[in-house]
Design a protein around this ligand. Structure first.
Ligand code: MG
Length: 348
């Protein structure tokens, strides 16, 4: 009898198969302006952006954040990348009997301060406490609703000055040849920070998680205009994101290795662990696809924010390649395959 495996929840190819088999095959999925079937970061229903995410990160406290800051930032970012201002969140917790009340206070305070940073409120929730072995410490689910940014119309008008654009929202299926790809900062920090604080890995690093709400920076980019698609490279990392865009938008993507921002300690840690930094998760980064004539101005705007100061143009969408192609440091070409599973499970 087939059983569910870790890889099916890991954000790579196996999870895409899982979604086709258990979600798209079993649920009616064509409701809304951005329906479930598009498998985007949030759905758009009656003009409202709506998203949900469960957080099972291990350990719950890690350099640069904790499960609480992650649960707020992750859901806020999934709304913002659709072009929606986060309005309100829910918080549902499943807690193991015997969990430390000091730790729970810490987590709740962290949720509150991250919410304040994002300018969103937690307005409803649910708590279940279960016996030991039924859950590992604490799991948190946050759902969020978002309102269309007022300047999203202007953003889309700027795209249409340059090319046809049939969408009313930026989304994964809207990337077209010529679009410039911008990464808002260095890649791989969250995954490495989680691993370094995990028992059994035994390596020291100064790398901190990048977990942060990005809605203010994203709003400013939309105000400049010309942003066709945005996505946060969480599970499966940059590799998965680029492959999802190439697949959903039916377009080739070319990136240059030397332009992908990466911190030295992240490269060192990944080499030591034998993992590909492009395949590990980030929680405070966004990739944008922007029409060429607006790209420099969007980049400048993103760089003005502390969380975007290392932003760079990393490549472009093109008809010249199929799938995702990377020009390597050494001048070669490498196909960037979608990860099968996540090399680092339970990072979010
Ligand atoms: Mg996302």
């Amino acid at each position: 009898m087939a059983k569910i495996s870790m890889a099916q929840g890991a954000g790579g190819e196996r999870m895409q198969e899982f979604i086709r088999e258990f979600v798209l095959q079993e649920l009616d999925h064509d409701f809304g302006e951005i329906p479930l079937s598009l498998l985007d970061d949030a759905a758009i229903v009656d003009g409202i952006a709506f998203t949900t995410d469960s957080y099972t990160v291990k350990p719950i406290f890690f350099p640069g954040g904790d499960i609480g800051s992650l649960a707020v930032a992750g859901t806020v970012n999934d709304l913002a990348v659709m072009g929606a201002a986060p309005v309100a969140l829910s918080c549902a917790m499943i807690i193991q009997e015997g969990f430390s009340s000091d730790d729970l206070h810490k987590i709740m305070r962290s949720m509150n301060s991250t919410s304040k940073k994002a300018g969103v409120r937690i307005v409803t929730g649910d708590t279940k406490v279960v016996e030991k072995q039924a859950v590992d410490g604490i799991f948190i689910n946050t759902s969020g609703i978002g309102r269309r940014y007022e300047h999203l119309d202007g953003n889309i008008a700027r795209i249409r000055e340059h090319r046809p654009f049939k969408w009313n929202w930026p989304n994964d299926s809207a990337v077209a040849p010529g679009d410039i790809l911008i990464a808002s900062g260095s890649i791989g920090n969250h995954g490495v920070a989680i691993l370094s604080s995990r028992e059994g890995y035994g390596f020291e690093t100064s790398v901190k998680s990048d977990a942060a709400p990005l809605n203010h920076m994203i709003s400013a980019a939309l105000e400049v205009g010309g942003v066709c698609a945005m996505k946060d490279p969480t599970r499966g990392g940059l590799s998965n994101l680029l492959n999802e865009w190439a697949d959903k938008s039916h377009v080739g993507l070319r990136v240059r290795e030397e332009d992908i921002p990466m911190d030295g300690p992240v490269i060192t840690a990944c080499e030591m662990l034998g993992i590909d930094p492009l395949e590990i998760g980030n929680e405070g980064k966004v990739i944008m696809a922007v029409v060429p004539s607006m790209a420099e101005e969007v980049l400048k705007t993103v760089r003005a924010f502390p969380e975007g100061k290392k932003a760079k143009i990393i490549g472009e969408a093109t008809e010249d390649v199929s799938g995702v192609m990377m020009e390597t440091h050494t001048g070669g070409k490498r196909v960037v395959e979608p990860p099968i599973g996540d090399p680092v499970p339970r990072i979010c």
